[in-house]
Design a protein around this ligand. Structure first.
Ligand code: 2BA
Length: 107
């Protein structure tokens, strides 16, 4: 068994989670905050059989669009850095980790 941890944009979360549920995945949604932009994103946890990893990746690819975001001057990003010019960053897509699950039980 694997644990898929995906950090996705809040804007994409509803459609990703709906598609995951329709495909039979169990999903836990966490409200999280990115360290750089300090704005909300969503982390989803999905425990799944290894054979279904490709299905899950396909859903994430289909529903998570990459987009540009402008960070205005005077906004704190990273470790106390305030850009003096508007900063363009890529957001969206997804950051995905796949972890081995040592043991899984529902008690
Ligand atoms: P944030 O840390 O808020 O980062 C948002 C986006 O800002 C990043 O998108 C990246 O395009 C940009 N960015 C991040 N650090 C930067 C820097 N030092 N200089 C310039 N631009 C920078 P993504 O890379 O797609 O990451 C989206 C979110 O995924 C991140 O939000 C963070 O919450 C999470 N994340 C990304 N990589 C991670 C990792 N290795 N471990 C844990 N969380 C991660």
């Amino acid at each position: 068994m694997k644990m898929l941890v995906a950090i996705i944009s809040t804007d994409d979360a509803t459609s990703v989670i709906r598609a995951m549920m329709e495909s039979g995945f169990s999903v836990t949604k966490l409200a999280t905050t990115g360290g750089f932009l300090r704005s909300g994103n969503v982390t989803i946890l999905i425990g799944l059989d290894e054979t279904r990893l490709d299905d899950a990746f396909e859903i994430i690819r289909k529903h998570c669009r990459k987009r540009k975001q402008i960070v205005p001057t005077g906004t704190e990003v990273g470790l106390g850095y305030y850009p003096t010019m508007p900063l363009q960053v890529d957001v969206g897509g997804a950051t995905v980790f796949v972890l081995d699950v040592e043991r899984f039980e529902k008690l």
